[in-house]
Write a protein that binds this ligand. Structure first.
Ligand code: GLV
Ligand code: GLV
Length: 328
């Protein structure tokens, strides 16, 4: 029976199946195992179930002499050195698709909350600041309906955002490394270059993976292109945005606000100056966090592992090139 190290307790829907089929060890704490622990565990494992907080780099892979597959419990896999895994003939899988709508829902929630100052309004009332019953200029936000949405990255989640934006009668611009004419036609999107998108959008929402080319994609120069009345929404990866430049842009009212589910460093330190700004709505990386989706993600992880060990190509193989690598 192959052995699996699971770096965190994932939902029963998938964990049970893994435990039924493999010699399974689960890291029982909420906090991630240290690198030292991972190195020790992968030394004996045939398979690893990883989370985006587990750095699977050359040092870990060097220790993983029997490891055949890394089944990531997430759609993003920037924590894994995939080229190195591929060279070693190690399969890498992820959980795409199931979290698309859930993540788009949350990006939309951040967009709405930032635009209409929902969190600020909640705090205002709870703080006992509601002293005038109704006031013509109390907590004024910005309209979402009819505004222009700029979607950066037209993958599954970007497309799900466009569908939502249609219901709000928005003008939809997008930028993506690959143009998607079918989606453009179906959803009435306009393809523009990134700078144009930033100049014209009232809401900019990021849906790109973190790779070298998207690291600090939104930097100081690009933030300067945005309208003073515009909002930036990030549910992708913190490093896609230059966080220091974003803080400056927000503090100096160069842009109107931001909705952030991801940060350069996670957990972000309580002293992160962004947390002191009223025009920022924040969340602790929970965009895919719905009961339904997290269960489905666990089922997919189990299915990827089972398929591999039954000699099938796992349904969510990330590194297709591994199929050409001779297994060790
Ligand atoms: C979460 O951030 C994921 O990539 O699934
Ligand atoms: C998520 O599933 C994406 O690739 O956008």
């Amino acid at each position: 029976m192959p052995s699996v190290f699971v770096t965190r307790k994932i939902p029963e829907s998938g964990l049970q199946r893994i435990q039924d089929q493999f010699k399974t060890e689960v890291w029982a704490e909420d906090a991630p195992p240290s690198k030292q622990v991972i190195i020790e565990k992968v030394g004996q494992a045939d398979a690893l179930v990883s989370l985006l907080t587990d750095k699977i780099d050359t040092e870990v892979l060097d220790a993983a002499s029997n490891l055949r597959i890394i089944a990531q419990y997430a759609v993003g896999y920037d924590n894994i050195d995939v080229p190195d895994a591929t060279r070693r003939g190690i399969y890498v899988t992820n959980t795409p698709g199931v979290l698309t709508e859930t993540t788009a829902d949350f990006a939309w929630a951040l967009l709405m909350a930032a635009a209409r100052r929902v969190v600020e309004a909640d705090q205002y009332l709870r703080n006992g600041d509601w002293s005038v019953a109704w006031h013509p200029t109390m907590i004024l936000g910005r309209d979402v309906y009819g505004a222009t949405l700029g979607i950066v990255g037209m993958g599954r989640i970007g497309e799900a955002m466009a569908v939502r934006a249609q219901g709000f009668n928005m003008k939809i611009l997008y930028y993506s490394t690959r143009r998607k004419p079918d989606i453009e036609d179906r959803l009435g999107l306009t393809f523009v270059d990134l700078d144009t998108l930033l100049q014209q959008a009232d809401f900019v929402s990021l849906h790109v993976p973190l790779v070298k080319a998207t690291h600090h994609l939104i930097d100081r120069r690009r933030l300067d292109l945005m309208k003073r009345t515009a909002f930036l929404i990030n549910t992708s990866r913190g490093q896609v945005v230059d966080e220091k430049a974003l803080f400056k842009a927000l503090r100096e009212d160069k842009i109107a606000g931001a909705g952030l589910d991801v940060f350069t460093e996670e957990p972000t330190p309580a002293g992160n100056p962004l947390l002191g700004l009223k025009n920022v709505v924040v969340a602790p990386h929970i965009s895919s966090a719905s009961v339904e989706t997290r269960s489905k993600m666990a089922e997919m992880v189990a299915e990827n592992l089972v398929a591999y060990f039954k000699g099938r190509v796992p349904p969510n193989l990330v590194n297709q090139e591994v199929l050409k690598v001779k297994e060790p």
